[in-house]
Ligand binder design. Structure first.
Ligand code: KG4
Ligand code: ZN
Length: 341
């Protein structure tokens, strides 16, 4: 029985996971309405909100799971990557619970956890290729088992979610941009405006999305004030470029590594066009594709509990003096240690 805690960005989340695979509760308090006003996440506001919400969210997770703290066997928490001030709130709370209850603390990597979300719903055959597409990251991993993740590619500039969010801002749409673009694109023509597919056919597993964003900015300079119909076409074309690039790159990696399965997760994996296109292309290639339900793709604590349980099983617990980290991947574990990446 694991309590998972997640506060790396603007979602305050807690979940209770049983046996590593069963979600007894999954509570997410989103701050999106607060940050919307500013057109993006304001780190200082995010950490203050986490402080206000964290205990109530944990209490709700325990109540919904119908479990009490005495039944917990470990506390899993995201300690990076993410916003330091935000991470600190979840991590300090997790340390207090672990220390107070005398049970292990398990620091978990947020990106690896996004891929671990899949185990809460599916039996996936290892090894698999996993793509994490979120607001801050676009990373490809070769996942060897429940706890070994090898980074094989990542974005050289913007993350896919960032590409959506920045485009939405340029188009005067509200934050988070991916959701707004997804909605408008549904009625647009994806072929009306050709957007570039950077790195799509190169043999590297890296991504680049800043050129796509620049091409949109240039397009808007030439065609200012698009009407509703043009806006829909822009969204559809822009979204298509991202969905195609992500799908083809993941497919390339799956072929290159000879895996039978692939997983796509992270907030951008909620995108309806990416889900449909990836299913179609992987289906054609005969490679199994798993995309968690939207609630498990965006930030949540169930995925933290799932990975935490797998690490606890291997004795990979953390010391109580671990620190949060924003981008790097330090080794904190007493046991075998994490895979590099
Ligand atoms: O994983 P996540 O909840 O938080 C991070 O770890 O960053 O991902 C948030 C990102 C945002 O950039 C948001 O615009 C994007 O996920 N997103 C979407 C959709 N829903 C959320 N992007 C495209 N289409 C969507 N439907
Ligand atoms: Zn995330």
């Amino acid at each position: 029985m694991i309590l998972g805690i997640e506060t790396s960005c603007d979602e305050t989340a807690a979940a209770v996971i049983e046996g590593g695979r069963k979600t007894l509760s999954n509570v997410v308090a989103s701050q999106v309405d607060i940050h919307k006003e500013y057109g993006g996440v304001v780190p200082e506001i995010a950490s203050r909100k986490h402080v206000e919400l964290i205990l109530a969210v944990i209490k709700k997770a325990l109540t919904e799971a119908d479990r009490h703290t005495g039944e917990l066997e470990g506390i899993a928490v995201t300690n990076g990557p993410g916003l330091i001030g935000s991470l600190m709130v979840g991590l300090s709370t997790a340390k207090a619970f672990a220390y107070g209850l005398g049970i292990p603390l398990i620091g978990v990597n947020h990106l690896e956890a996004h891929l671990s979300a899949v185990h809460l719903e599916h039996d996936v055959e290892f090894p698999f290729v996993g793509l994490v597409v979120s607001g801050g990251h676009t990373s490809l991993f070769l996942v060897k088992n429940y706890t070994e993740f090898e980074l094989i590619g990542k974005t050289r500039d913007d993350a896919a979610g960032e590409a959506f969010d920045k485009a939405a801002k340029a188009l005067g749409l509200e934050y988070p941009g991916g959701v707004a673009i997804d909605r408008l694109a549904k009625e647009g023509n994806p072929e009306a405006i050709p957007f570039p597919r950077p790195f799509k056919s190169s043999s590297s597993f890296d991504f680049s999305f800043s050129g796509l964003k620049t091409s949109l900015v240039y397009y808007l300079r030439k065609h200012p004030d698009p009407d509703r119909g043009q806006l829909r076409d822009i969204c559809a074309g822009y979204q298509e470029a991202i969905a195609e690039t992500l799908t083809e790159k993941t497919l390339l990696a799956a072929r290159e590594y000879g895996v039978k399965s692939a997983v796509i997760s992270g907030g951008v994996a909620c995108n309806s066009r990416l889900r449909a296109l990836a299913r179609e292309r992987f289906g054609e290639e005969g490679i199994k594709l798993y995309i968690p339900s939207p609630i498990l793709c965006t930030d949540n604590a169930a995925m933290i509990g799932a990975l935490g349980a797998a690490r606890l099983r291997l004795g990979e617990t953390s010391e109580l003096d671990i620190n949060p980290y924003s981008t790097s991947r330090p080794r904190y574990f007493r046991g075998k240690g994490m895979a590099s990446g």
